[in-house]
Design a binder for this molecule. Structure first.
Ligand code: HEC
Length: 114
């Protein structure tokens, strides 16, 4: 019984440690990005998309300066899409968004482009 209590305390410590870390200024790997733990709102994400992605990827996602997300979004995992937004890719610069905005635009991309 005593062991179980100790184990529970350890698990809690690990969980809290992760939260504290998210505020720090270190390079996030794709899989630990806090946006992936949030629930995205596709309606809010439509606005984020129009404001920050549409100019290059097309208002309807069929491409422009950047490639078609209708074709490319389904090829990428959520982790990869978030990493692309946060780190950029090739000639695409990183896009500075709040974690919630990233979760929202991801929900929009999934709902609209697959
Ligand atoms: C200033 C123009 C620009 C903006 C703004 C922009 N992108 Fe891009 N994006 C590009 C270009 C150009 C590429 C291709 C980069 C390369 O391969 O060299 C690209 C590539 C990508 C890719 C990878 C596609 C693939 O499979 O190769 C994804 C996903 C993507 N962008 C998503 C987004 C999202 C989501 C946003 C908004 C948060 C966004 N981009 C904003 C120009 C832009």
């Amino acid at each position: 019984m005593r062991h179980l209590v100790v184990l529970a305390a350890l698990v809690l410590t690990v969980a809290c440690g992760k939260d504290e870390e998210s505020g720090h200024d270190h390079e996030h790997t794709a899989t630990e990005h806090p946006a992936l733990d949030l629930t995205g709102d596709a309606t809010a994400g439509a606005t984020v998309y129009a404001d920050t992605c549409g100019a290059c990827h097309g208002a309807d996602g069929t491409g422009g300066i950047g490639p078609s997300l209708v074709e490319h979004a389904p090829m990428h995992s959520d982790e990869e899409l978030v990493a692309t937004i946060v780190n950029g890719t090739g000639t695409m610069e990183p896009v500075a968004l709040e974690d919630q905005e990233i979760a929202d635009v991801l929900a929009y991309i999934r709902a609209t482009f697959g």
